[in-house]
Design a protein around this ligand. Structure first.
Ligand SMILES: Nc1ncnc2c1ncn2[C@@H]1O[C@H](COP(=O)(O)OP(=O)(O)OP(=O)(O)O)[C@@H](O)[C@H]1O
Ligand SMILES: [Mg+2]
Length: 384
């Protein structure tokens, strides 16, 4: 309620003349107002219940009931509405008593000039109180809303945290499972290489035993070739069994071991034949290593069998280098050399046919015989 709006006043006044005096006094103060006058208790109570006024101006002495009773009713039913006594002479003690009981102010009828300022102040204070209350209410509402939201968000976060924790636990479990199954696979693979190697060495030993019973030198050399072929493969599994990755083998180590294993099967050769290796330390895939090892076995065997007749000394040179995914291998011996019209793609003999098939068909690589003294092969392969 603001003072520049029209004031609605409930006037508890039995004297119509006094009521008019009040209205005129307020008008003279510039206070626009509508006055509803009641003087019977029942009308007063009904008016209080209906409401719709901004201020109560009450006479003190009324027929039927007194001002204090009227004040008590107003305090009970309209505690926010300012209540001003406008009365004849009352003692100061009594006036203070009314203020204690909830009256906003009192104005003596013989000093009505005080009425205007009293009304203004009461209305202003009441409107300030109302605004204050409203602000408080809004603050309380905002606070409640904030608390609700915080509660909601906290619940949401708690749910989220729980589901994240569950997910983390599931992932950890999955990780564990994967790790376990990888370990199991590694162990299985290792075991597989180990057994394959063992089985091949058993076969190789059986061939050895068999060879010892053969008188015919030519037949013995056939058996020795078979043994060497088995060995070249067994060696791959032996290397893989010992390697960390279980699927890649160190090619330098493999070729070194393969060469000396073959040399050992040819008596007296290591004394007069020198082997020179220039092999890069590369990892070779098992799918390349096994066939490439077999092919190399044939080439070395051929050098030892055909290149150095009599007691002729000589040298075998093997070099292997990788660029990108390509392997370049050069194999040569400084022996008597291949027959002049030799063509590896047309050969009918098993050894070099095997080499040709392995390089071209199995490994999709290339092989060509080199020019110059002795025997030379250049081989190109893709390392997978
Ligand atoms: N390094 C070499 N030096 C000289 N001649 C060779 C060389 N390699 C192969 N030859 C010749 O080429 C022929 C074919 O060799 P290949 O390995 O195909 O058959 P092989 O060695 O006679 O029998 P096997 O099938 O047991 O290997 C040989 O018989 C030999 O005459
Ligand atoms: Mg041969």
């Amino acid at each position: 309620m603001k003072l520049n709006e029209k004031l609605h006043i409930l006037n508890l006044e039995d004297d119509a003349y006094d009521a008019e005096l009040i209205r005129a006094t307020l008008a003279a103060e510039g206070i626009q107002c509508g006055l509803s006058r009641v003087y019977k208790k029942a009308d007063y109570i009904r008016a209080l219940e209906e409401g719709g006024f901004d201020l109560i101006l009450a006479d003190y002495s009324l027929p039927g009931f007194d001002g204090l009773a009227a004040l008590a009713l107003a305090v009970e039913k309209r505690p926010e509405t300012p209540f001003i006594f406008v009365s004849g002479v009352i003692g100061e003690d009594f006036a203070i008593e009314t203020l204690k009981k909830g009256a906003t102010d009192y104005v003596l009828k013989n000093r009505l000039q005080r009425l205007g300022p009293a009304v203004k102040r009461a209305v202003l204070e009441a409107s300030e109180r109302a605004e204050h209350r409203q602000a408080e209410n809004e603050l309380r509402k905002a606070h409640t809303e904030l608390e609700r939201r915080v509660e909601e968000r906290t619940a949401e976060l708690t749910r989220l945290t729980a589901s994240l924790q569950e997910e983390i636990a599931q992932r950890n479990q999955m990780d564990e499972q994967i790790k376990r199954s990888l370990q199991e696979k590694d162990i299985l693979l290792k075991e597989l290489h180990h057994r394959t190697k063992n089985n091949m060495y058993v076969i190789s030993s059986l061939v050895d035993l068999q060879t010892a019973q053969i008188e015919d030198e030519a037949l013995r050399s056939v058996f020795r070739d078979i043994k060497n072929r088995i060995q070249s493969m067994a060696l791959v599994h032996e290397k893989l069994y010992k390697s960390k990755s279980l699927s890649k083998l160190k090619v330098r180590e493999y070729i070194t071991d393969l060469t000396s294993a073959i040399m050992k099967t040819y008596k007296g050769m290591s004394e007069r034949i020198q082997v020179e290796l220039d092999v890069e330390d590369l990892d070779l895939d098992i799918d390349t290593a096994v066939p490439a090892g077999l092919a190399l076995n044939e080439l070395i065997s051929n050098s030892l069998q055909h290149a150095f007749p009599g007691q002729r000394p000589g040298k075998i040179t093997i070099s292997l280098h990788g660029t990108g995914g390509t392997l370049h291998m050069k194999y040569r011996d400084d022996g008597i050399g291949l027959p002049p019209d030799f063509d590896i793609s047309k050969t009918g003999s098993l050894g070099l046919k095997l080499v040709y098939n392995i390089i071209y068909k199995q490994l999709k690589g290339k092989i060509k015989t080199g020019a110059g003294q002795g025997t030379e092969f250049e081989i190109t392969l893709q390392n997978r």
